[in-house]
Design a protein around this ligand. Structure first.
Ligand code: A3P
Length: 319
């Protein structure tokens, strides 16, 4: 259901023929829209939210490149902004629900399912996730003082994670994706919400020009120093931890609740499914930095590193 391109809106059907088109790895085709690649179904949500979504000042957007730790960021931000409501020991929503249910994707879930959704059940601050590149965010997100937390990851780990995920999710009638084939397409920038490097650079530049609007984070930093990164996020969002909260171990409690080991071993994440059909366990694989060494040969590493260096050279960004 999630992957199929049938039952598109008329607006989307009319848009597709005008867009560059390439074979997809998970869905049948990818279409290039404002410089980035999307499945037809995703595109329907993109166009609908650009047209209808109205951001509010207190909104928080979690923006990521696919497979850079979105599930983790969703859990962390949900636990962070709702920390007054829930006890960490029992009955926390994260113990019973996938982070993807608690923090839905704006374009690829909410606006795919309904072009004019009723968002009145969302309480402030509303948390929305998206993989949309900066150029495709709804205009109101740029115009109001809402916040964007951006997370990216070493492209080598991102690619390996994406390859595994794509093979789990691909349509039944599609062949399994060979590593070499999809690697080539990833390097050429033809994969969902890609080119990866342009996506990252868009938000990197925005975070430099507009540091109160965009907080730029890396998966590797979150892994290495979760406490300081969580404090940074809470300060940025205007939800700073009080000294009492820090002394009580609340930061460590949130980090522990959202850790890979904790979340991936919960029953809901081992055997549950999202309403869109994906198994929750598909979002938890290894959760490590540097897992790419097991999958990429020296030539592939050199190619990816050289693209990254070339693309990021003038920006000062290192991934
Ligand atoms: P790997 O495939 O390298 O294991 P996304 O959530 O954006 O789809 O990204 C999925 C990646 O994040 C997967 O990476 C997954 O294992 C990892 N991940 C999921 N939950 C995590 C957590 N709580 N902490 C660290 N990594 C996590």
């Amino acid at each position: 259901k999630y992957l199929q391109d049938d039952k598109l809106t008329q607006e989307c059907e009319e848009l597709l023929p005008s867009l560059p088109k390439e074979k997809g790895w998970v869905s049948s085709y990818l279409y290039q829209y404002r410089g980035f690649w999307h499945s037809a179904r995703q595109l329907q949500g993109v166009v609908a939210c650009q047209k209808h979504f109205e951001a509010q000042d207190s909104d928080i957007f979690l923006v990521t490149t696919p497979k850079s730790g979105t599930t983790w960021l969703k859990a962390l931000l949900f636990a962070l902004v709702n920390r007054m409501q829930y006890s960490f020991m029992e009955q926390h929503p994260l113990l019973m629900h996938s982070p993807h249910e608690l923090v839905p994707y704006l374009d690829s879930k909410i606006y795919v399912e309904n072009q004019t959704p009723d968002l009145s059940s969302f309480t402030s601050p509303r948390l929305f996730a998206t993989h949309l590149p900066l150029v495709s965010l709804p205009q109101s997100v740029h115009e109001c003082p809402c916040k964007i937390v951006y997370l990216c990851r070493d492209p080598k780990d991102t690619f390996v994670s994406l390859w595994h995920f794509a093979n789990k999710l691909r349509l039944e009638n599609m062949e399994s994706n060979s590593l070499e084939d999809v690697f080539d397409r990833f390097c050429k920038g033809v994969s969902v919400y890609a080119p990866f490097w342009d996506h990252v650079l868009g938000y990197w530049k925005e975070s430099l020009e507009n540091p109160d609007k965009v907080l730029f984070l890396k998966y590797e930093d979150l892994k290495e120093k979760p406490t300081s990164q969580l404090k940074k996020i809470s300060d940025f969002l205007g939800y700073p931890f009080s000294s009492e909260e820090e002394a009580s171990g609340l930061l460590e409690g949130i980090i522990d609740l959202c850790s890979f080991d904790k979340l991936s071993n919960l029953e809901v994440n081992k055997s549950g499914k999202l309403s869109s059909g994906e198994e929750n366990k598909a979002f938890f694989r290894r959760g490590e930095v540097g897992d790419w060494v097991k999958f990429l040969n020296a030539k592939m590493v050199a190619r990816l590193n050289s693209i990254t260096q070339q693309k990021f050279d003038a920006s000062g960004l290192k991934l």
